[in-house]
Design a binder for this molecule. Structure first.
Ligand SMILES: Cc1cc2nc3c(=O)[nH]c(=O)nc-3n(C[C@H](O)[C@H](O)[C@H](O)COP(=O)(O)O)c2cc1C
Length: 145
């Protein structure tokens, strides 16, 4: 994320310079990929109680004002409606859904923010404590989903 990126995004699409278009090219590609998808699958570990920086960087690329969300008189409105998301979360010790899990609630919120409200979270968590049980529980959850 750069100042030029932000400036390009706030410049009207028809008035963007070639440099500004290039600045937004990766974000455009990722947003188009998301628009074309019916189902989104995110597989992520918990890093330091939240999402890894690489996943956060992807979020920063797809949360695009006027493309994936917009602000209305009634507040923010997600534009990627009609999609289903599965979020598979692995952790060593942090219990998914606990007070110290800042990943699952955040992911549910940001997906809802861009309009994806049908979200199923599957936890393969606390692998250090549960060992193979964590995987078996996750597989059972996937079978139900
Ligand atoms: C930098 C780093 C930070 C981590 N932070 C946490 C954490 O806060 N809570 C947790 O339960 N596990 C944490 N883990 C463990 C991962 O969530 C765990 O290894 C997970 O299963 C990821 O699978 P992988 O290592 O096979 O990618 C961390 C791992 C790394 C490398």
């Amino acid at each position: 994320m750069t100042e030029d990126w932000v400036h390009a995004n706030f410049t009207d699409e028809n008035e963007r310079t070639d440099a500004q278009k290039a600045e937004l090219a990766l974000s455009d590609r990722l947003v188009d990929e998301l628009i074309a998808a019916d189902t989104l699958v995110i597989g992520t570990p918990i890093y330091n109680f939240s999402v890894p920086a690489s996943l956060k960087a992807w979020i920063d690329m797809i949360a695009r004002a006027r493309k994936t969300f917009q602000y209305t008189a009634n507040g923010p409105e997600g534009l990627l409606t009609g999609k289903k998301a599965y979020v598979l979360i692995a952790s060593g010790g942090t219990e998914v859904g606990s007070d110290i899990d800042f990943a699952s609630g955040y992911l549910r919120h940001i997906l809802g923010f861009v309009g994806i409200t049908d979200v199923t979270i599957v936890a393969a968590d606390q692998q250090m404590m549960k060992g193979e049980t964590a995987l078996n529980e996750a597989l059972a959850d996937v079978a139900v989903s």
